[in-house]
Design a protein. Structure first.
Length: 221
């Protein structure tokens, strides 16, 4: 199936003419402005990342719904990528708690569509603009189980922290069964070959306890 959102695809397809590139600059600027205008007043916010593929009744869907509910009850807006699966569950929990439930959506083939539990939904054409918004307005990041996209979001966020581009923003991996195998890989490969510092894995908190999640986030207020 051809991707309905072809702007990213065309943007990354090599060099283009001067006027086409200039047009892209205006499109990208508009995307950023649209995000800034819609999200600047969301208040204290936590972003929840995770797979679009978990269905209602799955343990990780239920866990994401519970953490979304807890975050909203503690006064935090809940931001996700706006799609189904874990994103829907976190938004649903915040919606159930009558809190702010935000979706930064992008259209993908077969998988992505806005979920019905957002109180504010902003749709983007460019992945990188959307990713900036998911980070810019949040004070903490919760990593639910997910695939390549979630891993990208995890390691990009950690890179921003490692390089002190962002500071005092906790990264919490929720779901120990899923995430526990990541640390041995990091220790046996990345630390062994000195591509990261030995203390860098401590940037991620791994837990199943939602109360601990809230405590970690509040400790950085």
């Amino acid at each position: 199936m051809k991707n309905k959102n072809c702007k990213d695809e065309n943007f990354l397809a090599g060099s283009h003419g001067f006027f086409r590139d200039l047009g892209r600059v205006f499109e990208i600027t508009w995307e950023f402005w649209k995000g800034f205008q819609n999200l600047r007043h969301v208040g204290p916010c936590v972003t929840v990342f995770g797979s679009a593929r978990f269905k209602e009744g799955d343990q990780y869907y239920d866990l994401a719904r519970d953490v979304g509910f807890a975050l909203a009850k503690n006064g935090y807006a809940v931001m996700t990528g706006g799609g189904p699966g874990v994103m829907e569950a976190a938004n649903r929990g915040a919606h159930d708690a009558e809190g702010k439930s935000i979706g930064c959506n992008i259209i993908l083939p077969m998988e992505q569509g806005s979920n019905p539990y957002t109180t504010l939904d902003v749709t983007f054409d460019f992945f990188f603009v959307r990713k900036v918004m998911l980070v810019k307005y949040s004070k903490a990041f919760i990593m639910m189980p997910g695939g390549f996209g979630t891993m990208d979001e995890l390691f990009e966020t950690l890179t921003l922290m490692q390089t002190e581009t962002i500071k005092n923003f906790p990264v919490i991996a929720l779901g120990t069964d899923y995430w526990n195998e990541l640390r041995p890989f990091i220790e046996k490969s990345l630390i062994k070959h000195k591509t990261i510092d030995p203390q860098d894995p401590d940037l991620v908190h791994v837990t199943d306890d939602i109360e601990e999640v809230i405590e970690i986030i509040k400790s950085c207020d």
